[in-house]
Design a protein around this ligand. Structure first.
Ligand code: GSH
Length: 203
């Protein structure tokens, strides 16, 4: 049995989308991230106090990219989220690392700076808006060659990016709205029924 520890937050939705794409049964433990992530029971699962975490028959995994790779390696016999072709597989891993190391932290810090109560740190907002804009430009150029998905076939690379970029689209972030290839990609991924189910977790 798989238990997913998650919250109403984009990194958790990467895991629920992958679980839905693979048609796996799983139990959801929803955290509110208002302190529950610092409780000893949760820190025993992830000392880094962040969701998502999965417990797959006693094997505990954290970091969204590692969770997606685990699910693909253990349950994806027919390459639904990770191609069996070695080059496509490595491309999917490359773009997954790219998301976890770049867009995730930039948008996460930007969100924190914008949500801060009281006087906002304009320097932080400017630094991370600029970085998010730069990364959207890189994605626009990658998708500009006409590919439908980031790494050839649909993959964990698309799943890693989608929950974050859908937030940016909902906010109508100006630097996104002019990136037509990225916007078309967001719409394409968002049409997938498994993505819609995964995005609705936790209920
Ligand atoms: N690199 C991690 C980032 C996970 C992450 O930042 N999770 C956020 C929610 S989207 C969280 O749990 N924040 C709680 C905290 O920082 O205390 C991953 O990809 O899994």
């Amino acid at each position: 049995m798989i238990t997913l520890y998650t919250a109403s937050a984009p990194n958790g939705r990467k895991a629920s989308i992958a679980l839905e794409e693979l048609g796996l049964e799983y139990r959801v433990e929803a955290l509110t991230l208002d302190g529950a992530q610092f409780e000893p029971e949760f820190l025993a699962l992830n000392p880094n106090n962040k969701i998502p975490v999965i417990d797959d028959d006693g094997q505990v995994i954290w970091e969204s990219g590692a969770i997606l790779l685990h699910l693909a390696e253990r349950y994806d016999g027919d390459g639904r989220i990770l191609s069996k072709d070695a080059r496509e597989r490595m491309l999917a891993i490359q773009y997954s690392f790219f998301q976890a190391a770049n867009l995730g932290p930039a948008l996460g810090r930007l969100g924190q700076a914008l949500r801060k109560e009281g006087e906002k740190n304009q320097e932080m907002i400017e630094i991370f808006s600029k970085e998010a804009t730069r990364l959207l430009g890189a994605l626009e150029s990658i998708l500009g060659d006409g590919r439908a998905f980031l790494a050839g076939p649909y993959s964990i690379a698309d799943i890693m990016h989608y929950p974050w970029l859908s937030i940016v689209q909902n906010l109508k972030f100006p630097a996104l709205m002019e990136r037509e290839h990225v916007v078309a990609w967001i719409d394409r991924i968002g049409e997938r029924p498994a993505v819609q189910r995964g995005m609705a977790v936790p209920k």
